[in-house]
Design a protein around this ligand. Structure first.
Ligand code: BG6
Length: 520
């Protein structure tokens, strides 16, 4: 009988061929420091991810956690908060022993991020852990604060000589948003790169940690049958959707200054586009993979003012019905200014101007308060050149479409034309389906579990490089600026859509003749 690596109870589990290869890679002993330790992201995502890694035996044997935040509190109080967050948000109910040993040594350092004393106390905590273990530890600093604090934290880490460690590796993990304009992203890159080397920097885009996003590469480059078709000769259009049914919740402060384009398209959706469009990397290393993604981004022409109204649509949700309830419009959400022009929906038509993709439209759309939560990539092939049996009424014939669903119900489906049983030659679309849940009989880890482990291992493949972030901003910046300066008297008010709907009708204006948005 094979025992699954790190099973918490130590109970032998029956050998299951479908779970072969699911073991995690080893991670060197590390202290993880979370700045913004009491924030929403830490509570909802980071702490539960750490618990689940501990549960699976995927944390290093010697692992320590330090929380840094403004609020004054004792170690014990912070441990209790961590415990509550894990109980509430973990994807599995916690095992008391695993939880207890994870939280046993957690330390808390209070203070504002520009205070020198915070960093001397932090150094003390880091040194204490090493003394206690009798061996050096790598250090990973996770910046999970409001972006305004990124520069000051990085500067202070440099000033207090915490950016290097003579006996171990030091890494810095930076949350999104990485700047809010191209100028800011460049400035932040300059700032961080003055203190840390690029190999120490891990810019988070949590979509890259999703199993299904990584599977895009396996799907394209481990199967001989798709790659020959994967180009402008066979592919008609690509449609990428990241729709959410929820509104902005309690995030008005952040969201109103961001909007849908900056919140999702500039990062997650352009990354998805890169995975569809990139050339096969020579090897699956951080540099090779990221080189190929940057080439895709560089092949997307920067939109000009004259082009923007033709290739970009933005809109805001009004009141409507979602999840069985009447819900308010964006302007009535708590904390949103009455006259806000922030878009909660954005759609773009982009082109990737290179040998493989010239002329193929890439449609991207995202929005809050749409009909349901769905993230998918739909690749539509060109129609067949001639339909010999059209006289038999085969009106249902549609081009082949490959749909990669990232969430929920992760899987791949291929639309084919098939004959309806009977004497006549009538064709109807049918789907060939593959679903992760049934194929691997295992729950996918949360994106943050994978990303935290990779950062601690020093593997940057699933993180965004400096030139990648800047290339993403190069595409979005002119649109953000154009929308910010659009005068409603000249261009009409910001289009709106009913909460719980398919989005604004204006988005249809982006589509080429014959193309349609898929139903959300
Ligand atoms: C975040 C955005 O980056 O991604 C949120 O800030 C959005 O507004 C979220 O809801 C979507 O992530 P997921 O993993 O739920 O698709």
């Amino acid at each position: 009988m094979a025992v699954l690596a790190g099973h918490p109870t130590g109970e032998p589990m029956p050998e299951n061929p479908l779970t072969a290869g699911l073991e995690r890679l080893p991670v060197a002993p590390t202290t993880l420091v979370i700045f913004g330790a009491t924030g929403d992201l830490a509570r909802r995502k980071l702490l539960p991810a750490l618990y689940n890694l501990a549960h699976e035996g995927a944390l290093p044997e010697r692992f320590h956690l330090v929380g840094v935040s403004r609020k004054e509190k004792e170690n014990e109080d912070y441990r209790e908060e961590c415990e509550q967050a894990i109980r509430r948000f973990s994807r599995r109910p916690p095992d008391e022993d695993v939880l207890g040993s994870l939280l046993e040594n957690v330390k808390y350092v209070p203070g504002t991020f520009d205070e020198d004393s915070v960093y001397s106390e932090l150094r003390q905590a880091l040194d204490d852990f090493e003394r206690q273990d009798g061996a050096p530890l790598n250090r990973a600093f996770y910046l999970s604060t409001a972006p305004a604090f990124f520069p000051v934290i990085v500067e202070q880490l440099g000033k207090s000589e915490l950016a290097q460690h003579e006996n171990g590796e030091v890494r810095v993990i930076i949350e999104k948003p990485f700047g809010t304009t191209l100028g800011e992203a460049r400035e932040l890159n300059r700032h961080v790169l003055a203190i840390f080397d690029e190999t120490q920097i891990f810019r988070i885009d949590h979509y890259l940690g999703k199993e299904t996003v990584q599977n895009m590469m396996a799907f394209r480059f481990a199967n001989g049958m798709f790659e020959p078709l994967w180009n402008r000769n066979y592919i008609d259009s690509v449609q990428i959707t990241a729709a959410e049914d929820l509104g902005i919740g309690s995030r008005a402060d952040y969201y109103d200054s961001s909007g849908a384009l900056r919140d999702l398209i500039q990062n997650h959706m352009l990354q998805l586009l890169c995975h569809v469009a990139m050339e096969p990397p020579v090897s699956f290393t951080a540099e090779e993979v990221r080189n190929e993604k940057v080439k895709v981004l560089q092949a997307i022409p920067q939109p000009t003012e004259a082009e923007i109204p033709e290739m970009a649509v933005h809109a805001q949700y009004g009141p409507g019905h979602a999840g069985g309830d009447d819900v308010p419009g964006y302007l009535e959400e708590e904390g949103v200014p009455e006259s806000s022009n922030t878009e909660t929906y954005a759609a773009l038509r982009l082109e990737v101007d290179n040998w493989r993709w010239a002329g193929v439209p890439f449609y991207l759309r995202t929005g809050k308060r749409l009909a349901r939560k769905i993230t998918e990539i739909a690749v539509t092939l060109k129609p067949v050149p001639h339909l010999a049996f059209s006289q038999d009424g085969s009106l249902g014939v549609q081009p082949n479409q490959l749909v990669l669903t990232l969430q929920p119900n992760e899987g791949v489906s291929l639309r084919l034309g098939a004959k309806i049983p009977g004497t006549r030659m009538i064709i109807r679309p049918v789907n060939m389906e593959f679903q992760y849940g049934t194929a691997f009989l295992s729950q996918s880890p949360e994106a943050y579990e994978r990303l935290i482990t990779d950062a601690m291992r020093g593997d940057a493949t699933l993180f965004t490089r400096n030139d990648e972030v800047e290339s993403q901003w190069r595409i979005c910046d002119p649109i953000v600026k154009y929308w910010a300066h659009t005068n409603p008297r000249q261009h009409g008010p910001l289009p709106s859509y009913e909460a719980g709907s398919q989005g604004p009708k204006e988005a249809d204006g982006l589509l080429r003749d014959g193309d349609r948005w898929r139903a959300i």
